[in-house]
Design a protein around this ligand. Structure first.
Ligand SMILES: Nc1ncnc2c1ncn2[C@@H]1O[C@H](COP(=O)(O)OP(=O)(O)OP(=O)(O)O)[C@@H](O)[C@H]1O
Ligand SMILES: [Mg+2]
Length: 389
């Protein structure tokens, strides 16, 4: 039997654990019109925690209720793609008897396109006029829906285009059109973005944190797919997998998948399968999760984390301050706050913090020497950068 698990990114898991509350707020919006102010939701969370999967589910919920969905990733061409590709596509799907051809896209000002009809007529609809047209076509249907704009990977690189989009979008909101926005981004990147003055719209969105799973949710995330697909797992093995994944959705799918495939024809998942999967999954997490997460942080943020890594559990800020070379406490607390905002660490009792991402501590310990050396620390002593491993 094929593995039911979905390792990697953006793939819907066989069992979506622990997201009922977050999805319920989307459902309330779609069914009862109870959207937060500005009709905007911004999902934030660590890398690999399941943000894209949440967007996928929100889009499905919307489609099931007769909404049309604009699903995009935040690139500098975001507004252009919405205006030039998505809205014309939706219009021609909703109104197939009125075919047209997009002949040019112009993004000066508010964004418009030029379309040509078979009878030779030429029009220049804008973002706004197309949304109005879509709304009136949707409103005429037996189950009137709206337009959901879903934007993944919200980041500072797309700020300008998001701003243009937001201005147009807010106009629709103020004019009482049935529209909704749901965006998602990595917590650390969103943090930087929100400090920008022009990110007003994103600041006003309802911010929903997508957290790691609890132990019970994690057990369910493993057990449901295994038993649903005709195999069994003993409580002891399940417990091992829960501990190995630490409630981290990315690892749940990796470990589940590798364990399943090791002996796919055996009726149960053995402890050896789980142990094998854990070792293999631990090797992938460095390149897929930890490195990209660290690379989003500043060098000082990273040294702060590295200074925490020598503790087996929560670190005393006082110790970190000392390890960083007795930096003053204002400096230490500034970096503590930066890392808290990025979600990389969390408070763990008075004067203590701990690293959030599973296995980052171990990764930092293993790589700390190479990292320090490639940090140009030894440059003054005449060393060129170290060779690649
Ligand atoms: N609630 C969940 N229960 C079980 N598995 C999940 C859950 N949410 C996500 N996953 C799994 O976790 C992995 C990562 O999910 P996803 O790609 O949505 O993360 P992400 O937060 O968008 O990551 P990134 O920040 O890198 O874009 C996928 O394998 C997905 O199937
Ligand atoms: Mg994603």
């Amino acid at each position: 039997m094929d593995s039911p698990f979905r390792p990697g990114f953006g793939k819907n898991p066989p069992f979506l654990a622990g997201r009922d509350t977050a999805l319920a707020s989307v459902e309330d919006g779609l069914e009862l019109g109870q959207w937060p102010q500005e009709r905007g939701i911004l999902l934030t969370g660590l890398r690999g925690v399941g943000k894209t999967v949440m967007l996928n589910h929100a889009e499905d919920l919307a489609r099931e209720r007769g909404w049309v969905v604009v699903s995009e990733t935040a690139t500098p061409e975001l507004f252009e793609r919405i205006t030039g590709v998505h809205l014309p596509r939706i219009l021609s799907e909703l109104d197939p008897d009125n075919p047209f051809r997009v002949t040019s896209i112009s993004m000066a000002g508010i964004g418009s396109i030029t379309v040509e009809y078979p009878d030779g007529r030429i029009e220049d609809p804008s973002f706004r006029s197309m949304c109005e047209e879509i709304s009136s076509l949707l409103g005429a249907r037996s189950t009137p829906g709206g337009i959901l704009f879903s934007v993944d990977e919200v980041n500072a690189g797309a700020l300008r285009t998001l701003e243009t989009f937001a201005a147009e979008y807010q106009h629709l909101v103020r004019s009482d059109f049935e529209v909704a926005f749901i965006g998602a981004g990595v917590q650390g990147e969103i943090r930087d973005l929100l400090t920008s003055r022009s990110a007003t719209f994103l600041r006003r969105c309802a911010h929903v944190d997508i957290p790691m799973l609890t132990p019970d949710q994690t057990a369910q995330a493993f057990q449901e797919p295994i038993t649903q697909h005709g195999r069994t797992v003993s409580p002891a093995v399940l417990d091992y997998m829960v501990r190995a994944s630490q409630g981290y959705p990315f690892l749940v799918q990796q470990i589940g998948d590798i364990a399943w495939r090791r002996n796919p024809d055996s009726p149960d998942i053995s402890l050896e399968d789980a142990q094998f999967a854990y070792r293999r999954a631990r090797r992938t997490i460095g390149g897929f999760i930890i490195e990209p997460s660290l690379s989003g942080l500043s060098p000082t943020d990273r040294s702060f984390l590295a200074a925490m890594a020598s503790d087996d559990g929560p670190s005393r800020i006082e110790d970190v301050r000392r390890r960083l070379g007795n930096v003053d406490s204002g400096y230490a607390s500034m970096y503590r706050q930066r890392l808290l905002d990025a979600g990389a660490i969390r408070a763990a009792g008075h004067g203590k913090v701990t690293i959030t991402l599973p296995y980052m501590r171990e990764y930092l310990r293993e790589h700390i020497v190479a990292e320090a050396a490639s940090d140009d620390t030894r440059k003054d002593a005449g060393f060129p950068p170290p060779p690649d491993l």
